[in-house]
Design a protein around this ligand. Sequence first.
Ligand code: GAR
Length: 213
Amino acid sequence: MVKTAVLVSGGGTNLQAILDAMLFGEIKNCEITAVISSSPEAYALTRAKNAGVPAYVVDIKSFPNRRFFTDAIIDKLRDLDIELVVMAGFKYILTSRFTSVFDSRIINIHPSLIPAFCGEGYYDIHVHEKALEYGVKLTGATAHFVTREPDAGPIILQKAVEVREDDTPETLQKRVMEEAEWKILPRAVSLFCEGRLKIEGRVVRILPEKLSK
Ligand code: GAR
């Protein structure tokens, strides 16, 4: 079982998608060992508690800078022997020490089709505001490995979602979550835990399912 921690900052609907998929046996060879929140107020903590998953707060407000905050997150993940880190609506960009320590072992979900509408400043509802402003007809979500540069790591899975004439950032966000994020994130976690992701440069190859004995 791959010991997995989910980093959250807010509502935690992507966390919920992972917890539900675990319950339905859709994620293989994975143990959700911990949920770590950057805020004590995040509703994601209640979701973890309801699922019986240990939840921890590493409060961004208690640290003088990003370096100390990153180090505290790394310490917590190391204490728990975490092998895979999932960023599910985690709002903060951590220092490069984080991506070195957990190289090729961090998965993020982003609410657009990368390389569109991503990078510094593109997060949460703002991504959908920008997509509507630009006038794209298709958007979606991307599950990718995290590297030093924000939202630039190798892509694991993507799913497209149509933009409607009457969409607001809120309606678009909801549809992207329901149709794309909540499907591809649990799938990407399972593929990792099954050992089926092979990174070749910036391309991720998905290996065939292993036959069970
Ligand atoms: C999700 O839409 C996620 O893709 C996005 O924040 C939202 C969190 O929702 N993440 C980013 O924008 C990261 N760049 P949730 O807390 O309900 O899962």
